[in-house]
Structure formats: C-alpha cells, structure tokens
Design a protein around this ligand. Structure first.
Ligand SMILES: Cc1ncc(COP(=O)(O)O)c(C=O)c1O
Length: 491
C-alpha cells in the first residue's frame, strides 16, 4: 500500500500514535495491507509522514497488541492477521504461534462432526460398532468401582496412570508395569512423542498414506515429513530414505493400517527392525487395530520382536472398546516412558481415574476379551455388507478396493485418478459422508482415494449408505468429466 497517503490530524496531539494505528488497522481491514506484507521500517515511515519515530513505534506496538502485526527482531514488522469481526478491534489469529496457526486444518473436526450428524450416514470417522457396546455391564462396573474405591476416584491420580491398569496392560503385552504409560487416547501419545523427540526441521519418516492425526502432530512440532510407501512397504526403499534424509524417527502402523488396511508380514517386520537397529532409528509403532482381525491374528507387534529397545508402541481402547472414554497407552523402555510421563503432566495432570478403573475391571474379568471377540465378528460382517452394497449401488463397481482382513477401513480408489472431494460434496448432499483420501497424505496426493469406515455404521444402515454413495456417484458422473471414466470391478 501507499503509506504516504495516510492522513493524520495533528491537532489531536498525544493521540497521534492511536490515529496512525487506526489508519493502519483500516488498511489491513480493507486489504490495502495484506497478511504477510511488511510494514515500512519505523524510521522510514516516520520520515514519510513527518512524525516522530516514537509515534510510529507506539502505533506498531498498539497493532501488535491488537494481534494484527508481529515484529520479528532484525526482520521488521509484518501484517499477520485480519480483523475478525466488525466492531471487535482484536484479532486472536494474530496472537497464534506459527505452529498453531498452521494447524488450523478443519479436517479432523469435520470427520468427527459428520459422525454425530443425524442426517448423515457417516463412513468418515474411525470408530468401532458402538451400538454393540455393553452398556449395562459398563454401568454395573462403574457403580462397583465407586463403591470399591470411594472418593479416591474423584481425586487426582498418578500421572503415569492407575497402577492397577498399568499392571493389567503390562500383563496383556508381556512387559513390566514401568514400561507402560496410560494415555488420554493414543493421539495424546503422538503429541507427547512429537514434543519430546522432535525439534523444528527434524525429519520424520512416516507411512504414505498414513494416519492424519500423526501428520498433524508431527507437523505442529515443525518436523519435515517424508513419506514411505505404506502399501509397497519396501524395506530397501526405506533404507534409501534413511540414508538420504537422516530421519529422527520412523512412524508406522504395521497392522491393519489406517487408511489402507495393509498388514506387514513377519519378514518385513524383521527387516524393518534390523534396519532401525543398524541406523539407531527410533520407531513409533502405532497399533490400534491389532486385536480387530476378522479370521487369523496378525504377526507379532514390532515392539515384541525388537531386541534393541528402539520401539515405542502406542495402543488404544478407542477402537476395541469406546473412543469417548479417551483411554490409550504406550509401551516402551522405562527411560523414555518416564520422560513422556513428565511432559504428560503438563498436558492433563492425569487421565481420569474412573474410566481407567472401570476398564481394568473389564480386562481382569474377561469381559473385555468377550467384547473384542464380538467386535471381530460384527466388523467382519459390516465390511462384507459394505462391499456388497457398493457393488450393488455404484454403477458396475465404480470403486476399486482391497478386501480388508481386519481393522476398520475400506481404502478405495476412484477411476481416472481424481475427485474424491467432488464425490464427498455430492455425498453430503445425498446424506452420506466419508474421509477423502488426500487427508492421509502429508504432501499433495490422494485426490482419487477415499476411506470408508465400515465398523461404526449400524449394519441395517450400511446398504442405505452405499445407495446414497451411488446417488452421489451418479450425480457426479453426469456433472464432472473426471468422474465419467470407465468403472473397474471391485475386488
Ligand atoms: C493409527 C491411529 N493412531 C491413533 C489414533 C487415535 O486414537 P485415540 O482415540 O486413542 O486417540 C487413531 C484413530 O483413528 C488411529 O487410526
């Protein structure tokens, strides 16, 4: 903008700096000074306007206090936000740190919002068959825990988690209790790992495509994300990436991966661990879906095959029990568990006691295993219903997908390589939602992919959801040339 055109009324004396701040704020509001634009140096603007440098400096400080500009030592003062609403002369966006501002992607919010919208059949968020949750048993056990532990449940608890639950998780996974950290969901574990292990500019190797919550957590820590093809899972390719990028850690979901559903074989697991051992590369093994196999159990966890202590294994009860309870865990060497526990204190002091103790009772009484067994059958049934529904309702098989052997997702590919966003747009209008594939890539890719979670949609609604997808498809196929391509049978 032309700053010399700013007119000031000198008769107002001491208020000159406020006038200048207001003029500049108006310029920002009217887009005359855009976000990212550098304001003139204080001395330069003072000379142009015939005011003292102190007046300009005070005006810039005022704008900074309003959140509209940010001063960077040695680089100058930059417009960093627009005024948010008419009449509110304060911009919170301008107060955000760059990492928070870059995390403004609404994708996760959308996925969660769609699953609670009664007008939509949502294949979007990754949740288990909650309609099969043992509610009555849960109520009874909650009462039992309150009777057994009394008011202690309502006080603070240990930051590492309730000892009873730590022991139960340790027994389940053949480790010592001090290797277990209870988490308020495994997403918290990803955040803690990012905060403890990553500095700005560090490289993280991660599944491509991979879990979007991990992408967000590592990106917020300022890491550079380098993708390792999740489906090819070629260990030679991984070595090449390690040599080229010198990563700080490797993040992978080896079992029923989110979003692709693929599972690494035992050979791939051993090769991967040998590589991590050779290059002293910590592995974050994100393992939420292991128990949710349909027929045959998957190969052992990386953590259980590892003899170097390089694996941090994350788990959660969100997929095998209920995501709203926010109960996850990690298992690792005590040295890193202790450090992560200290940082966790800063985040939530402790994970709620009541749900931890209720879950422990579910585990120790065998009720949890019975429920997981039920989920395996139910999820397998829903996966089959969805593939059948899609084959029936999407013009001669418009989606290609591999039938999963466990987990929760059908990872689909549209023909001719594009437009999952357009399909989603039409889908929302037709009353169905899913997760567009591009969310699972840290780079720009996956526009022709979509992820359908079959587990959380009630069995009786699945075919109707597929029918609505068919309606959306038909609408697009006439409107969008990119979706009119030939259709490939689903496998
Ligand atoms: C691979 C993976 N990791 C972590 C999470 C987060 O789970 P939680 O609910 O325990 O935070 C999810 C949820 O979708 C996931 O798919």
């Amino acid at each position: 903008m032309n700053f010399t055109a700013l007119s000031l009324d000198r008769r107002l004396g001491a208020q000159l700096y406020l006038q200048l701040a207001d003029r500049l704020a108006t310029a920002i509001e009217c887009d005359d000074a855009a976000v990212g634009e550098r304001l003139p140096a204080e001395r330069e603007l003072a000379a142009q306007l015939g005011v003292s440098r102190t007046t300009v400096a005070a005006a810039y400080r005022e704008l900074e206090a309003r959140g509209l500009v940010r001063a960077h030592v040695g680089r100058g003062t930059y417009v960093c936000a627009e005024i948010e609403e008419a009449g509110i002369p304060f911009s919170w966006r301008g107060k955000l740190t760059p990492s928070a501002a870059s995390a403004a992607d609404p994708a996760m919010v959308d996925l969660l919002r769609w699953s609670s919208d009664p007008n939509l059949i949502s294949f979007a968020a990754g949740a288990p068959a909650l309609d099969r949750f043992p509610q009555e048993t849960f109520n009874e056990i909650s009462q039992l825990i309150m009777q057994r532990h009394g008011l202690a449940v309502l006080g603070h608890g240990p930051g590492e988690g309730q000892p009873l639950l730590r022991h139960a998780i340790a027994r389940r996974h053949g480790v010592r209790a001090e290797q277990v950290l209870v988490l308020s969901g495994s997403q918290q574990g990803l955040d803690l790992i990012a905060r403890c292990l990553l500095e700005r500019g560090d490289v993280v190797l991660l599944d491509r495509p991979g879990y979007l919550g991990a992408i967000h957590a590592f990106r917020a820590a300022g890491a550079t994300l380098v993708g390792w093809d999740a489906v090819r899972a070629d260990v030679a390719e991984l070595e090449d990436l390690i040599l080229r990028h010198r990563p700080k850690l490797l993040y992978t979901t080896p079992t029923f991966q989110n979003p692709t559903g693929r599972t690494l074989g035992i050979g791939q697991r051993k090769d991967l661990l040998a590589l991590a051992g050779r290059y002293r590369l910590p592995i974050v093994e994100d393992d939420p879906y292991r128990e949710l196999y349909f027929a045959a159990p998957p190969p052992p966890a990386l953590h259980d095959l590892d003899s170097h202590g390089t694996v941090i294994r994350l788990g959660t009860f969100s997929k095998s029990f209920a995501p709203g309870l926010r109960l996850g865990w990690l298992v690792a060497a005590p040295a890193i568990v202790e450090q992560l526990a200290v940082v966790k204190l800063r985040s939530d002091l402790n994970t709620p006691n009541l749900t931890q103790l209720v879950l422990e009772e579910f585990l120790s009484s065998g009720q949890f295993d019975r429920h997981v067994e039920l989920l395996r059958g139910e999820h397998a049934r829903r996966a089959a219903l969805l593939t059948a529904g899609l084959t029936k309702h999407l013009a001669a098989g418009a989606l290609r997908a591999r039938r999963p052997a466990g987990g929760m997702y059908l990872w689909c590919r549209l023909p001719d390589g594009q437009c999952a966003r357009s399909l989603l747009h039409a889908g929302i209008a037709a009353g169905v939602a899913f997760a567009p594939g591009e969310l699972f890539y840290a780079d720009v890719a996956g526009g022709d992919r979509l992820r359908l979670c079959f587990a959380s949609v009630a069995a009786e609604q699945i075919e109707e959801g597929a029918r609505r997808l068919g309606v959306a498809w038909a609408k697009l196929a006439t409107a969008e040339p990119c979706l009119r391509a030939q259709v490939v049978p689903m496998v």
